[in-house]
Design a protein around this ligand. Structure first.
Ligand SMILES: C[S@@+](CC[C@H](N)C(=O)[O-])C[C@H]1O[C@@H](n2cnc3c(N)ncnc32)[C@H](O)[C@@H]1O
Length: 257
């Protein structure tokens, strides 16, 4: 069902720990049924309503990880959407999801993307993951997704280094390549499993953690939540995508509405 309606009528207020989602970006993606080209004002109003409902269902110390990308030719749109959601929630972190990086000076050339043909715009190799909370004071588990020190002499150099061993905060630049082809066939705009995995770990979780994806698509968020042993809920309006999700989740507790 429609997630705005669903979050209003099917979910108790203050009951969800983590929302991870990627809405339709309204940039003309060819979905099975959703029309991804509504007037931009209408789209913004919709996202504002969505933000209100996220604030309604999230617990006081809950997190919304809101993934959105732009066309290379218009990079203000993500911020306009984020500002509408910021009417109901506070922006605690801005994460850049990087899909491909080339640093020839260090022999790094990783990831892949669909190149655009343009003599004006650069290929757009990142998307945002806006981390919203109710208070901007929600504790996160930075080292759960930490990275090893490049220079091991730093392990004992910093006060916190000693107790944390060979792990440091990776910061807000997350390199996550797309999963291999299979999931792309399922759905035209699925995100890689690593993305919700990192969000759930960063927020912190246990077996009672409730994870919600209001725009479930092919089920990625719920599959990861299930694999991590969390509870999970998804909304999806398209019956074909909902079936794909149900199929993937068929061994677990089903709550796809
Ligand atoms: C960007 S995709 C999500 C992809 C998902 N993250 C994945 O990994 O498969 C957005 C999804 O939202 C669905 N959708 C569109 N309008 C909706 C609504 N009002 N309520 C719930 N789902 C909706 C679309 O059918 C589409 O599958």
């Amino acid at each position: 069902m429609d997630c705005v309606e669903g979050m209003k009528t099917e979910i108790e207020s203050n009951s969800v720990d983590i929302i991870i989602t990627s809405p339709p970006y309204n940039i003309g993606i060819k979905y099975n049924s959703h029309k991804d080209n509504m007037p931009f004002d209408k789209y913004l109003d919709w996202m504002e309503e969505f933000g209100k409902m996220c604030a309604r269902v999230l617990k006081e110390n809950g997190s919304l990880f809101f993934n959105i990308g732009d066309k290379a030719s218009d990079e203000f749109r993500s911020f306009e959407v984020a500002q509408r959601i910021a009417k109901s929630l506070k922006l605690q972190n801005t994460i850049h999801w990087i899909k491909s990086v080339a640093v020839p000076e260090h022999n790094i050339n990783i990831g892949h993307y669909k190149p655009i043909n343009s003599d004006r715009f650069l290929n757009n190799l990142h998307e945002f993951i806006f981390h919203f909370t109710k208070t901007k004071k929600v504790k996160i588990d930075r080292l759960s997704i930490g990275v090893p020190y490049a220079d091991k002499s730093n392990i004992n150099r910093w006060k916190h280094g000693k107790s944390n061993g060979d792990k440091r905060d990776r910061g807000n630049i997350w390199y996550i390549p797309y999963d291999t082809v299979q999931s792309e066939k399922d759905h035209p705009a699925s995100f890689p499993k690593k993305l919700p995995e990192m969000c759930i770990k960063l927020h912190g979780f246990n077996k009672n953690t409730i994870v919600l994806d209001p725009f479930l698509g092919s089920g990625t968020t719920c599959v990861v939540a299930k694999e991590l042993g969390c509870k999970w809920i998804g909304f999806e309006t398209d019956s074909k995508y909902a079936e794909i999700s149900k199929e993937k989740l068929s061994q677990g507790r089903l709550a796809i509405i």
